[in-house]
Ligand binder design. Structure first.
Ligand code: FES
Length: 104
């Protein structure tokens, strides 16, 4: 199991986590399938989330992980100190812990 915020291969599973996400002054609480990115999960829920490439290259989906753990398929554009500060890429993040809180 990778440390929080580290790059890692995509893991799959059927169980969903729960994510509480703050974006544009609103708080949303929704199920987060473990094999789906946070951006895709939010878009599926009809939530307008900042994103562009959805491939881990542009950084437009950067968010802050405030509790819980995620792993990312690709996060090379994040410096180690960014990851240490809790920054994640929403288009790459998938949940590790049952409860996750993220702020955009
Ligand atoms: S949308 Fe480009 S890095 Fe996530």
């Amino acid at each position: 199991m990778p440390e929080a915020g580290e790059c890692a291969a995509v893991q799959t599973g059927v169980e969903a986590a729960t994510v509480e996400v703050d974006v544009d002054g609103a708080r949303h609480r929704l199920p987060w399938p473990r094999d789906q990115s946070l951006v895709d999960t939010m878009l599926d829920a009809g939530i307008d989330v900042p994103h562009s490439c959805r491939e881990g290259h542009c950084g437009s989906c950067v968010a802050t992980l405030t509790s819980g753990e995620v792993y990312m398929g690709s996060c090379d554009i994040l410096e180690p100190h960014d990851r240490a500060d809790g920054l994640i890429l929403g288009c790459q993040a998938r949940p590790v812990t049952p409860e996750v809180h993220v702020e955009f």
